[in-house]
Design a protein around this ligand. Structure first.
Ligand code: AMP
Length: 285
């Protein structure tokens, strides 16, 4: 059974010592699924059997916009603890909003800069400031050697890595691959909002990415690769595409050849679904 910590005093006492092999933390909003557990496995590989794997569970109000799903976001704490136990997690830190934001409003936040205004940041203007602020707080509180984040949220991973570098956090930020359902849909706590028809439409997002990868393998240009994904998604009225964009691996302009990233975000009803994958461009010569 993982040790469950829900006060700052207990966390302080816990982090006053650390195993020699180090501590790896996985930050989540709960409603855990096998995607989160793969991050736990990555964390365990980093610190080994004698190191410590900590999972934080906190639905961070600061990263939700006014009209978003904060109130209906799934909260499944008992199931989360059971999954953590089965995965060999050592410690769970599960604070309340009052513990994290004792003054109510956070007066001081971390601004993500220009990259935080693009893509997810364009649709959710305060989102990444909320994410970076809570990540910074949780890094300070949990004092890990490693912090593991999913490639599923690629822009988030990039921004957290950048924050850690630019603000000199003494931690290694590690990315971990996206875990998918058998039909390709990236696992997400929000998938449980989908009805059967929506679930069907959602799986076309990963199909669109696969088709774009085929276009890339056939020598397509950056424009052709993105258009392949766009054209596929346009066939499904249940999907409302927000953006399909091909970028460099650090989210700048795409290269003319070599490794790039295809980001796709679409709504099914009011559920926002994100996916992305590496695409290797072969058109440049
Ligand atoms: P969340 O609870 O949605 O905030 O996610 C917590 C962490 O799990 C983040 O680093 C996510 O990128 C990661 N994550 C969520 N879904 C997946 C997935 N399908 N595969 C891998 N990592 C994931």
């Amino acid at each position: 059974m993982p040790k469950i910590i829900d006060s700052l005093a207990a966390l302080d006492e816990h982090t006053s010592t650390a195993p020699e092999q180090g501590r790896a933390v996985v930050m989540t909003m709960g409603a855990l699924h096998p995607g989160h557990m793969s991050l736990v496995d990555t964390a365990r590989e980093l610190v080994g059997p004698a190191g410590e794997v900590m999972v934080t569970i906190f639905v961070n109000p600061l990263q939700f916009g006014a009209n978003e799903d904060l109130d209906k976001y799934p909260r499944t704490f008992d199931d989360d603890v059971a999954m953590c136990e089965a995965a060999g997690v050592d410690v769970i830190f599960a604070p309340t909003p009052e513990l994290m934001y004792p003054d109510g409003e956070a007066a001081i936040t971390i601004q993500p800069g220009p990259l935080g205004a693009l893509y997810e940041g364009a649709a959710r203007p305060t989102h990444f400031a909320g994410v970076l602020t809570v990540v910074a707080k949780l890094l300070n509180l949990t004092k890990p050697n490693y912090a593991v984040y999913g490639e599923k949220d690629y822009q988030q991973l990039a921004l957290i890595g950048r924050m850690a570098r630019e603000l000199n956090f003494d931690v290694e930020i590690v990315g971990s691959p996206t875990i998918r359902e058998a039909d390709g849909l990236a696992l997400s706590s929000r998938n449980r909002y989908l009805d059967e028809e929506g679930r069907q439409a959602a799986s076309e997002i990963s199909t669109a990415i696969e088709l774009a990868q085929q276009t890339a393998r056939a020598g397509g240009t950056a424009e052709e690769i993105a258009a392949t994904a766009q054209d596929h998604l346009a066939q499904f009225p249940a999907l409302k595409v927000d953006y399909v964009v091909l970028t460099s691996n650090d989210l700048g302009d795409p290269p003319t050849s070599g490794s790039a990233r295809l980001l796709v975000t679409a709504y099914v009803g009011s559920t926002r679904l994100l996916d992305n994958a590496e695409v290797v461009i072969n058109s440049g010569s």
